[in-house]
Design a protein around this ligand. Structure first.
Ligand code: HEM
Length: 218
């Protein structure tokens, strides 16, 4: 072994080349505003990303699980089939997201210049709201688009966005939903609605498609 560097105490000398351990919790004051420009995030971008991860990451997945469970309670034939074939739940998650996804709208866009789309000119600076829910029911892409069919195979839906801003948490969302649905189907054989269907209340929001609560009995 190489001799210990003279400025290190003897017991740590053999570990000197290792990267120092990262503290388990952040220490010291929070970092100040980050410089704008370059490839660094601005403070505004960082704040909005933190909100996005917290709310989009939590609420969307909760709503997807709730919407999927309700869809299965509406369709006992599908519920039975997925219970019998749990290996199909993973693929079914994408169909639940396509058919009744929790994020019907994309995040707002603002064109930097006039854009012509489908015979309409969107002036620069206007707010553009893209309907992912509408795209996901496009009959040119999805035959019988209104029909929930967890066995239609990979569908190329837009429930998790597309391209540059594709959902950062997509693998986590898929995994959480698959685990939750698989566990519910396996562990709760008597799963059923605890209230009449028309008493269920949806969140009063155009941005979030999700139930306020889903009372069930098992
Ligand atoms: C079922 C659950 C989820 C759905 C339906 C969903 C949906 C979406 C959609 C549609 C977009 C694109 C928005 C756009 O282009 O305008 C998006 C982006 C994003 N999602 Fe999710 N999401 C889900 C779960 C999560 C989770 C679990 C996380 C984080 C832990 C997350 C974090 C993000 C972030 C940070 C972005 C922005 C990515 C970017 O702008 O580059 N999402 N999500």
């Amino acid at each position: 072994m190489a001799p210990a560097p003279p400025d290190l105490p003897a017991p740590t000398a053999d570990r000197a080349p290792r990267t120092p351990a990262r503290p388990r919790r952040p220490t010291g004051p929070p970092p100040g505003p980050l410089p704008a420009g370059g490839d660094r995030l601005t403070e505004d971008e960082l704040t909005s990303l933190a909100f996005l991860i917290l709310f989009a990451g939590y609420e969307n997945t909760v709503h997807l699980i709730g919407n999927a469970v309700l869809a299965l309670l509406d369709r006992p034939d599908l519920l039975r089939r997925l219970r019998d074939e749990p290996e199909r739940v993973a693929a079914a998650v994408d169909e639940f997201a396509r058919h009744d996804g929790p994020a019907p709208l994309a995040i707002r866009r603002f064109p930097r210049e006039d854009v012509a789309i489908g015979g309409v000119t969107v002036p620069a600076g206007e707010t553009v709201l893209l309907s992912l829910a509408s795209a996901n029911r496009d009959p040119r892409r999805f035959p019988e688009a209104d029909r929930l069919d967890p066995f239609r195979g990979h569908s190329g839906h837009l429930a998790l966005g597309h391209g540059f801003h594709y959902c950062l948490g997509a693998p986590l969302a898929r995994m959480e939903t698959e685990i939750a649905l698989t566990a519910l189907l396996e562990r709760l054989p008597g799963l059923a609605l605890a209230v009449p269907r028309d008493e269920l209340r949806w969140r009063p929001s155009i941005r979030a498609r999700g139930l306020i609560s889903l009372p069930v009995i098992c």
